[in-house]
Design a protein around this ligand. Sequence first.
Ligand SMILES: *Cc1c(COP(=O)(O)O)cnc(C)c1O
Length: 386
Amino acid sequence: MSNISFTSSAPGYWANEDIPHEDWNSAKWQLKNCVSSLADIEKHLRLCEEERAGILLTGTKLATAVTPHYFNLIDPTDPDCPIRRQVIPRIEETHTDPSEMADPCGEDSHMPVPGLVHRYPDRVLFLVTDRCASYCRYCTRSRVVSGVSDQKLETQWDMAIDYLKRTPQVRDVLLSGGDPLLFSDAKLEKLLSKLHAIPHLQFIRIGSRIPIFLPQRITPELCAMLRKFHPLFISIHTNHPKELTTEVHEALGRLADAGVMMGNQSVLLDKVNDSVEVQKELVHKLLMCRVRPYYLYQGDLIKGTAHLRTSISKGIEIIEGLRGHTSGYAIPQYVIDAPGGGGKIPINPEYIVESNDERTVLRNYEGKEFVYSESKSAPKLAPLPL
Ligand SMILES: *Cc1c(COP(=O)(O)O)cnc(C)c1O
């Protein structure tokens, strides 16, 4: 039916260790066996000097951890492997560019309650944990995520729920962190129940990379629990088509079958997904997994991430390479989360060549020009005699 294929990530580097199937397929086993020390990593990978120094020097800013499932997607010899660049630290992380900040999106200054970011009129971001299954080196919340830096996430649960109860203009709550799907089913259910009971909350969303890092967590039991809280949306985070393995495809299928609406958020990253070709394969694969591409983010100005960012013109080039060339459903909105806390701002290729009150010249995806004329006022026609 299609030339796109999904391949399994197992057993990969663990091929000689005779891991029982039940262990490999258990989220608990995956988390217990996360690859996190230099010794763990070097058991499997030949590191370059930049990586080895990075692993040793960055541990007090953002922890290193990779689930065996995700680690298996890493190319053993190529330091430019798109999977490797996302999760293996490099020495460049110790360099801070003058434009970079700890909290570029101004979240800490928009918290009416610790852990609850209220920036837009009708929706809030609720940071419910500081832990993830694996840590992305470009993490937008590395100032608090993983628990190793000086700043701690100090979410005030009761105050946050209370704020939501008495703030009726909030109709949409986005649970993030860290990764909310790391909670046990029981803990997550308790939280979702509290939110679901607030009458003015129209829907709940969860931001999670668990389906990608730890698809074993997406059990039938979790899906059965989640379906009690519709309308429920999950924003997953995928950056490269290689991440969509057989296991991930099946996990996303279980969520879709449970009626969960899914969107994908990608971050535009140097040597990871900075080409039209890679992005096109990614968005096509996402649609086959019943996930709608939602946002493509320009990299936030997080300290120590300059080596992973691309130019803005690269993002525009990618959107131009998708629009018109493939299904509209496949095209994410390219955004910049404005430094200083201005929120997400859409960035689009320019399709208007020139425009005045009467005449707009437009350019299509092939570069051909078209004129759309607007009449200044609607014509006044006499009614026809009956
Ligand atoms: C991204 C974000 C949201 C959700 O924005 P949408 O454009 O509705 O997806 C809400 N609050 C904060 C603080 C955010 O950063």
